[in-house]
Design a protein around this ligand. Sequence first.
Ligand SMILES: Cc1ncc(COP(=O)(O)O)c(C=O)c1O
Length: 374
Amino acid sequence: MSDPLLRYRDEFPILATSTYLVSNSLGAMPRTVPERLAEYAQQWATLGVRAWAQGWWEMPVSVGDEIAPLIGAGAGEVAMVPNVSVGQAQVLSALDYGGGRDTIVMTALDFPSVRYVYDELAARLGARIVVVPSDDGVGVSEERLIEAIDERTRLVAISHVTWTTGRVLPVGQIAALCREKGVPLLVDGAQSVGAIPVNVPVLGCDFYTVSGQKWLLGPDATGALYVRPDLVEKLAVHFPSGYGLASHDAGAPIAFAPGADRFDPGAVPLPALRGLLAALSFAAESGEERFDRARSMAARCRELLAERHEVLTEPDQATLVSFKPHGDPEQAVARLTERGVVVRGFPGLDWIRASVGFWTSEDELDRLLAALPG
Ligand SMILES: Cc1ncc(COP(=O)(O)O)c(C=O)c1O
């Protein structure tokens, strides 16, 4: 327990009973979350709809403003959405696929539910999806991705960190090329924000989606969408909600809010946003050192796993490590779970992932190794 960041372990109740290596799906709950959820219940119970006037109605904006600094964005530039896939759908539906610019370039390593939004929604909207393949399931060739961007490209949509192996894509380089070609770039940051440093304006992204429930340690249903401020008013909103309106005058034409919150699709889970606020305090308190520690522990995890297993994650990537367990992966996950080590596989795939955070201890890595079959 020599590293000062390990003091945060006490903040996560589950770490007392489990080796929890699964932030790629759902982060460990901070112990301060229940009181924030109880506050919500208390206000609802006592104030009912009057609670809307006690900051409830503004919460999607105020929580977006708390996420903004974590990605280098400013106030009013981040809308809260229920999940990443909805955030992506908001962007896709706001674009126009006419005038000879009808393709969306993405990669075979984007997340399945995100791919679905493209294949189904974007295709219905008239977009042609160009998927850059992965030869090895680990990475995509950046050269091929860049070659796929041409005069027909309406949007490039990629993951910052691939969900499969934690590979970090050279987003800054891709953004520069997109800018040169006049193509907007949408980046899925579900596996990056909270795991590695992210500065969206410096990278040059036009749109960026965030998951609150993974590396930011918030509850389910806490996604966010960054929209470059000068694009906001140029884009049509096709899934509006009461939360994204500038005015609620029933007699007037619909008027959208001036900031990114016009993309708020409504039904934002207010209890979950409160839980997320509790979780965001770690990012503020623990400083940038947390990224260095998570990275060095991930490198250690990779090294230990590689002694006995095939590791798919390349060195120096983000903080999830994919590897092939000996034998059936589902049985390996069940065996780990029985031994108190929480990781997840993915149906149909023969590898599993271990997520390593700034709170991960050496003991936990040893427990993972000891619990694996073979
Ligand atoms: C890279 C990536 N994108 C998107 C998602 C899906 O996010 P959501 O369920 O919030 O739409 C995941 C989920 O694990 C993911 O890893």
